[in-house]
Design a protein around this ligand. Structure first.
Ligand code: AMP
Ligand code: ZN
Length: 471
């Protein structure tokens, strides 16, 4: 095992990560000493990212920050800009595909930026890598892992004996239990598309199999290979991607590369629910980051997303936000009035316990508890030098997890004691929306009165309810 040393030459534990394939927490060591490659499945750009989509972006941004302390990291997060949902959005809105994807790529980066998510090292777009995908598909056909049928190319799952290992599924049972109607060109239901034909009105590229477009899974395999190599250290994404997306990526890449492992550690974040229900467009309970950041500081949203362990489910509610805001009040309250230069912040030692918590499979709840311990010590300290040292450490910890970037006075500015916070206002508005949906107009009016009394006026419009503080 490789030993690590901190700046004071103390030996520190290796980073521990939970690997989905092994089903347990394991010590992390990269393939090439000192260097790490990481791939995160990014957004499909046909609308704004919702708060659930922000969870992997924020969580794995934290992991990237942590990895960069020790290693030279190459982090790729792709953009899926060819997809049937994008085609559907183009038909629905009458807008050209490129206009839709350009708009939502920009919005995604802006919204994630507001949450403190740093840009990845590479952000490859699927449509710019069609050639690489075609090459990989040709390799899979040549090696006997894929077949052409009716202008489609399909991956032959029964040709790969490890199919199902990542998601712990038994292929024979899956095939026996398949209820879906099998497309006539497939040998078995679970064979998945590598390439499919495009009708003239939708995007398509010339290929040996006719004009068409790639399947979703091959995008990630081809782009990961191009930027990170055949075997990557860490592959990350939301839990829903384990099957079929990651199982399929893994199958394609391993088969194209003569069995070389695709990813050495598979990391998956748990799901975020909204007021204990699944977020879904049809239920009308989708919270867009784009909207949230209009009224809630990005740091509050980021800390709320990090307040639960990343593998656990996270229920998002007004209380989640309120709790995060209160946490930041405590942290900013502690450093307020202590002048700490940028240089002192960067030079400060990050306390071992804080780092150890993060390096223990990103145990953010524990790390935050350590942070509050530090804030308490700072509040108690009276000696100016000790206060400066503790404040610098608090800032350094904040920098690592992507909070405390504001000036403490600015954080509290404009918020008179007792003034209703944006999170509280949002919570009341969402309560009112729910009451109205349930036709409980009395309850809805009561909320409006409460907001009125707090000096908040609201207005209902097409995009939902907006609010402002009355002057
Ligand atoms: P999509 O654009 O749907 O492919 O999703 C982008 C990323 O967000 C993927 O890594 C998904 O696993 C993740 N994701 C989608 N919905 C949620 C959710 N409710 N909670 C956590 N992660 C999610
Ligand atoms: Zn992917």
């Amino acid at each position: 095992m490789i030993a690590f040393f901190d700046r004071s030459n103390r030996e520190i534990m290796a980073l521990q990560l939970h690997d989905t394939l092994q089903g347990k927490k394991v010590a992390f060591a990269p393939l090439v000493e000192g260097e790490v490659t990481m791939y995160l499945c990014g957004p499909t750009v046909y609308n704004y990212a919702h708060i659930g989509n922000a969870r992997p972006a924020v969580v794995f941004d934290l992991l990237a920050r942590l990895l960069r302390r020790r290693y030279k990291l190459t982090f790729a997060r792709n953009i899926t800009d060819v997809d049937d949902k994008i085609n559907a959005a183009s038909i629905e809105t009458g807008k050209p595909i490129d206009e839709i994807t350009a708009r939502f790529i920009a919005a995604y980066n802006e919204d994630m930026g507001a949450l403190g998510v740093r840009p990845p090292d590479v952000e490859p777009r699927a449509t710019r890598h069609i050639g690489e995908m075609i090459t990989m598909i040709e390799t899979l056909i040549d090696k006997g892992f894929a077949y052409v049928a009716e202008e489609h190319v399909l991956f032959d799952v029964s040709s790969y004996e490890k199919y199902g290992v990542l998601s712990k599924r038994d292929l024979r049972e899956m095939i026996a239990g398949a209820r879906v109607e099998v497309a006539p060109y497939k040998k078995v239901a679970h064979d998945f598309v590598l390439w499919k034909p495009s009708s003239p009105e939708i995007p398509g590229w010339d290929s040996p199999w006719g004009r068409g477009r790639p399947g979703w899974h091959i995008e990630c395999s081809a782009m990961a290979k191009k930027y990170l190599g055949e075997t990557i250290d860490i592959h990350a994404g939301g839990q829903d991607l384990v099957f079929p997306h990651h199982e399929n990526e893994s199958a394609q890449s391993c088969c194209a590369h003569d069995g070389a492992p695709f990813a050495r550690y598979w990391l998956h974040n748990g799901f975020l629910s909204l007021d204990k229900t699944k977020m879904s467009k049809s239920l009308g309970n989708v919270l867009l980051v784009h909207d949230l950041i209009k009224t809630i500081p990005g740091e509050v949203i980021r800390l709320a997303l990090l307040s639960a362990h990343y593998r656990q489910p996270l229920d998002w509610s007004a209380e989640t936000l309120e709790a995060a805001r209160r946490m930041l009040d405590r942290l900013y309250g502690a450093v307020r009035g202590v002048a700490v230069s940028r240089k002192a912040r960067t030079a400060a030692d990050i306390p071992d316990a804080f780092l150890a918590a993060l390096e223990d499979d990103l145990n953010t709840p524990k790390a935050l508890a350590e942070l509050f311990g530090l804030a308490r010590a700072l509040n108690k300290a009276t000696d100016a030098t000790t206060r400066k040292t503790l404040a610098a450490q608090l800032y350094a910890c904040g920098d690592l997890i992507g909070v405390l970037g504001d000036d403490p006075d600015a954080w509290f500015a404009g918020r008179a004691d007792g003034e209703m916070s944006a999170a509280d206002i949002e919570a009341l508005i969402s309560e009112r929306t729910k009451a109205r949906a349930a036709r409980d107009f009395e309850a809805a009016d009561a909320v409006r009165d409460q907001l009125d009394a707090a000096g908040i006026s609201i207005e209902d419009g097409d995009g939902g309810t907006s609010w402002r503080r009355s002057t």
